[in-house]
Design a binder for this molecule. Structure first.
Ligand SMILES: *[C@@H]1O[C@H](CO)[C@@H](O)[C@H](O)[C@H]1NC(C)=O
Ligand SMILES: *[C@@H]1O[C@H](CO)[C@@H](O)[C@H](O)[C@H]1NC(C)=O
Ligand SMILES: *[C@@H]1O[C@H](CO)[C@@H](O)[C@H](O)[C@H]1NC(C)=O
Ligand SMILES: *[C@@H]1O[C@H](CO)[C@@H](O)[C@H](O)[C@H]1NC(C)=O
Ligand SMILES: *[C@@H]1O[C@H](CO)[C@@H](O)[C@H](O)[C@H]1NC(C)=O
Ligand SMILES: *[C@@H]1O[C@H](CO)[C@@H](O)[C@H](O)[C@H]1NC(C)=O
Length: 687
């Protein structure tokens, strides 16, 4: 209570001394950020140098701006970027500060508490010291507070619980925080949307408070590696949504309460005085006397085993992508629901039934943009094999009048029967998106062989770009690679969330990400599993496995889903970052599992060696500055062994956009000789 009173005083005091030194009548949030800047770091932080009075707020790195009505500032528009009045418009507010891993060395400014529209404060993985200011509790819109992996000390301010109504993620882990978990100033405070509470790896002590059991939305609670003592409150067992829980390596005692979801012994390990299932130490008799149960063996006096440490590191890598993504996923799922039932392309059916050409030879069905094709065109085209798989062959086909198309032949017996095939291909034919190769038509032969007609992409695939570059020529720059993966992510997002029924890609790999002259990505081969019989789909999955793109759960589960797509996307991202081809190498029998390779490098602290030489050379100053480390973390999150932990595609895009390299500087690197100035500017414009 005393602390709460103190906090109120502090806020009142602060509010009354909003700096007036900045005489340029900037709006409140701009003024507060400029005031906060010297507290975060001394003058030489390149990230923060962009926060200055002379440059557009759109170019202040790590910031997201909006109007008070919620509409985001369109910082992609040159007029908006050039508009110096925005910084003076009282209706313009900052909604996100994404300053993770930006080398901040100061402390957390109390001015952040005055940012009334701030919903995301992301300061993880810096070198921030000092206490968490009480004033943060006054940032009334804050829903994501990630201060983990810094060197913060002192107590957790009770004012943080004032954020409860909106708080979804609270990550304070891996700091040097001490003292007890504070009680909320108002007893009975509810945190109804808090899903993630991360306090591990601090020096917190005292009891685990029972009120945490009232925060019904919690899915992840990690209190491990602290000095909590006393019993685990039985109230925690009531948390119906809890999926991930750990109190390992504390000083807890008493019996393990029963949880709705059973957690394994690892969640409770390292508490010598704790007893009861799942620990081997029974609660009767001589538990504390070193009676020799497994509970006692867990009391490793010299810290954690390397395996556990690895788990924690990888867990940390995986977690951050998730935290935000669950939220985004939930809100989007809710927003989407009413539309889910809407039908698209109802009148297509009529066209489909009537369309007929080529008599007995078979039948061609047109989709938007493919109207001019006839069955003869397709059958008389001269083809060149581009790729062969167990379920069909792809041809580059030249039509008699010169136009080139890509043809995919689905071998006899691999396609589903008509009743299933027709609605499925109808659905695929309607999909149009800048980052997806459009299906223009399909031809169904008399023997049920099927030809799918796609646009031909002469530039080839991301795989060609990464692995088949002529020797001596530098590979693609980070800016180009980033542009391609971001495009691919947007294409995938359209499949997962932009359609009335989600479409699973099912075979995402670098070979299926085609690029055009401007390095815009176009996904191919999407949704084919809808067309093929399960046996053929299994062949695809098996192939994906040898190629290293298959999510581990597909061993048991035979059907691809959005989470397995995300896994494949993660592998593609790792491929882009490391320049290494995943899976079985064509030359030897060596199998490269990229996630395993990266984990090993992270544990040996050799992360920098991981990156493709072409990426690090010349164009990139330091990996963390140009977002390579963040990209690596994102990729590892996508490749998390547990599907629920993987981010959804919206979160992937959000993070990729956050680390977007400064395009022009990278594209204009002396390593590259762009074809012409116009290509260069178009390339940047197209981003
Ligand atoms: C202001 O920010 C721009 C980039 O937005 C940067 O180029 C410039 O050097 C900064 N000025 C100062 C004085 O730091
Ligand atoms: C919000 O305000 C801005 C600027 O005043 C305006 O351009 C935008 O259309 C508004 N959005 C909505 C949804 O009212
Ligand atoms: C610049 O921003 C101000 C403040 O938001 C707005 O009133 C004005 O219309 C903008 N000017 C242009 C050219 O967009
Ligand atoms: C446990 O927490 C401390 C900080 O209190 C940290 O230094 C240490 O690395 C943590 N141990 C593990 C295994 O993460
Ligand atoms: C663990 O808790 C007991 C009381 O339950 C206390 O006596 C002991 O000092 C604690 N040990 C540590 C290392 O904090
Ligand atoms: C052992 O546990 C049983 C019930 O599980 C209880 O009835 C008994 O009193 C306990 N004995 C001791 C010594 O605590």
């Amino acid at each position: 209570m005393e602390r709460a009173a103190l906090w109120i005083l502090a806020v009142v005091a602060l509010a009354s001394c909003v700096p007036r030194a900045l005489a340029q009548d900037f709006n409140r949030d701009v003024t507060n950020l400029l005031t906060a800047k010297p507290t975060l770091s001394n003058g030489d932080n390149p990230f923060l140098q962009t926060w200055n009075a002379t440059s557009s707020i759109c170019s202040w790195r790590g910031t997201v701006w909006a109007y008070t009505n919620g509409t985001l500032l369109d910082c992609d528009s040159p007029e908006v970027r050039a508009n110096q009045s925005l910084a003076r418009d009282a209706d313009v507010v900052v909604t996100e500060l994404n300053l993770g891993a930006t080398g901040l060395t100061g402390s957390i400014p109390k001015e952040f508490g005055l940012l009334g529209a701030l919903s995301v404060l992301w300061l993880r993985e810096n070198v921030l010291t000092g206490a968490i200011p009480l004033e943060i509790g006054n940032a009334a819109s804050l829903s994501v507070l990630a201060l983990d992996r810094n060197r913060l000390s002192s107590n957790i301010p009770p004012s943080l619980w004032n954020l409860c109504p909106r708080l979804t993620l609270l990550a304070l882990d891996s700091n040097a925080l001490d003292g007890e978990i504070p009680n909320p100033a108002n007893p009975g405070t509810q945190c109804p949307v808090l899903t993630d509470l991360r306090l591990q790896n601090n020096q917190l002590s005292g009891p685990i408070p029972a009120f945490l059991g009232d925060f019904a939305a919690l899915t992840t609670v990690d209190l491990s590696n602290n000095s909590f003592s006393g019993a685990i409150p039985t109230e925690l067992g009531q948390l119906a949504n809890l999926r991930s829980f750990s109190v390992a390596y504390n000083n807890l005692s008493g019996s393990v309460p029963s949880f709705g979801t059973a957690f394994d012994a690892g969640a409770f390990a390292g508490n010598p005085a704790l007893c009861g299932a799942p620990l081997a130490a029974a609660c009767n008799g001589s538990t504390a006397g070193g009676g020799g149960g497994a509970g006692a063996t867990a009391r490793a006096s010299g810290g954690l085993s390397p395996k556990v440490v690895a788990g924690i590191i990888i867990g940390v890598l995986a977690f951050f992508v998730v935290a935000g993504s669950l939220l985004i996923f939930l809100t989007q799922a809710r927003a989407r629901m009413p539309n889910e039932k809407q039908q698209v392309g109802v009148d297509f059916k009529r066209e489909f039934e009537e369309e007929e050409a080529g008599g007995e030879a078979g039948k061609i069905v047109h989709f938007e943009g493919g109207e001019a094709l006839t069955a003869e065109d397709v059958l008389n085209a001269t083809g060149e094999v581009l790729g062969k798989t167990s379920y069909g062959t792809v041809y580059k086909a030249k039509l008699s009048h010169g136009h080139t198309i890509a043809l995919r032949l689905l071998r006899e017996g691999t396609a589903r029967d008509r009743a299933e095939f027709v609605p499925a291909i109808q659905e695929l034919g309607l999909i149009r998106h800048r980052n997806l190769v459009p299906l223009r038509a399909y031809y169904s032969g008399p023997k049920e062989e099927k030809l799918l007609v796609y646009d031909y992409m002469p530039r080839g695939s991301l795989a060609d770009l990464l692995h088949n570059g002529s020797s001596g020529k530098p590979g693609a720059s980070w800016a180009r690679r980033h542009k391609i993966v971001l495009g691919a992510a947007r294409g995938l997002a359209h499949l997962h969330t932009g359609l009335s029924t989600p479409v699973i890609h099912g075979n995402l790999k670098s070979k299926n990400i085609l690029v055009d002259d401007n390095y815009v990505a176009h996904l191919s081969d999407y949704g084919l599993e809808k067309l093929m019989i399960p046996a053929a789909t299994n062949d695809v999955i098996t192939a994906a496995s040898t190629q290293g793109y298959k999510a581990p759960e597909l061993i048991k589960l035979k059907r691809a889903n959005t989470k397995t797509d995300i896994y494949s996307f993660g592998i593609v991202l790792l491929e882009v970052l490391t320049g290494k081809r995943p899976g079985k190498s064509p030359e030897s029998d060596e199998v490269v599992d990229l996630p395993t390779m990266v984990k090993a490098a992270v544990l040996e602290e050799k992360t920098t060696d991981l990156f493709d030489f072409d990426l690090v050379r010349g164009t990139v100053r330091t990996p963390s500055e140009d977002g390579l480390l963040q990209a690596l973390q994102l990729a590892m999150g996508c490749c998390a062994p547990t599907p629920v932990v993987r981010p959804d595609i919206a979160e992937v895009i959000r993070q990729l956009e956050e680390i977007r390299p400064k395009v022009l500087s990278s594209v204009q690197s002396p390593l590259y000789t762009p074809d012409s100035t116009s290509t260069r500017s178009r390339e940047a414009f197209d981003y």
